[in-house]
Ligand binder design. Structure first.
Ligand SMILES: [Zn+2]
Length: 236
């Protein structure tokens, strides 16, 4: 519903990027591709995600589970895997999460996309850097304070926007092995120095302590800060 309200058009997409395969981060793919079947898009669509393990499929296994022509849950959309039925082919890139350096995914004249492994509990997970012209956006994804390489790689990077996930409040008793607490978000922003820090994935337990959380962020980071809401747009 929000996808439609945002004015997003399937034909316009240059890529689909998955950070990880927790259900709340991927569950809309089949619905978006279903509507994409009416978009008259011919161009292939790059799609990227992390490699898998025993508990989480990689991007390729995930697509097979959804769209394989014999076994896929949505096998009527199998044309996304082979180009049949007038559907555009998905071109998957599976990023090996064992590699800790920044890995290029798309390198075109006006668009560069790279991924880097982050720590998100035991979940294979990525952050993304998207660059277009002189502008850049870092999607930090779900990540814990153990994502040290992420901070090292983007130290002083000064992206136009750094999007970080605001999931847990400050204080004990929170799943700190999965998510950064506000003070940790502040430390990351202070190191990366974005022109704008945008808090997304705002969960109720964080928002219910938002003033306290922003104070904790401000202990480290003094630049622009915005809390995203559905359908917000942030100009580059
Ligand atoms: Zn997650």
């Amino acid at each position: 519903m929000r996808y439609g309200e945002s004015g997003a058009k399937f034909a316009d997409h240059r890529a689909i990027l998955f950070t990880h395969f927790h259900a709340d981060h991927v569950a809309d793919l089949d619905a978006i591709l279903n509507s994409g079947g009416f978009a008259n898009r011919a161009a292939p669509l790059p799609i990227a995600g992390p490699s898998g393990d025993e508990l989480y499929p990689g991007i390729k296994d995930h697509l097979t589970a959804l769209f394989d022509e014999h076994t896929g849950a949505f096998r009527y959309l199998s044309g996304y895997l082979d180009g049949n039925f007038g559907l555009p082919m998905l071109e998957p890139t599976e990023i090996d999460v064992a590699i800790e350096t920044l890995q290029p995914i798309i390198q075109e004249r006006d668009l560069k996309v790279s991924a880097i492994t982050v720590h998100h509990g035991g979940v294979p997970a990525l952050a993304y850097l998207v660059e277009t012209g002189e502008k850049s956006v870092i999607f930090a994804g779900d990540q814990s304070f153990l994502s040290e390489k992420f901070v090292q790689v983007f130290q002083d990077f000064k992206p136009d926007i750094l999007i970080m996930h605001n999931v847990i409040p400050e204080g004990d008793g929170q799943p700190r092995g999965l998510h950064r607490w506000p003070g940790s978000i502040g430390e990351v922003a202070a190191a990366i120095k974005p022109k704008n820090l945008v808090l997304a994935h705002n969960m109720k337990r964080a928002l219910s302590h938002q003033a306290e959380g922003e104070t904790a962020i401000r202990n480290y980071y003094s630049g622009p800060l915005q809390v995203a809401d559905d359908l917000d747009c942030f100009a580059l």
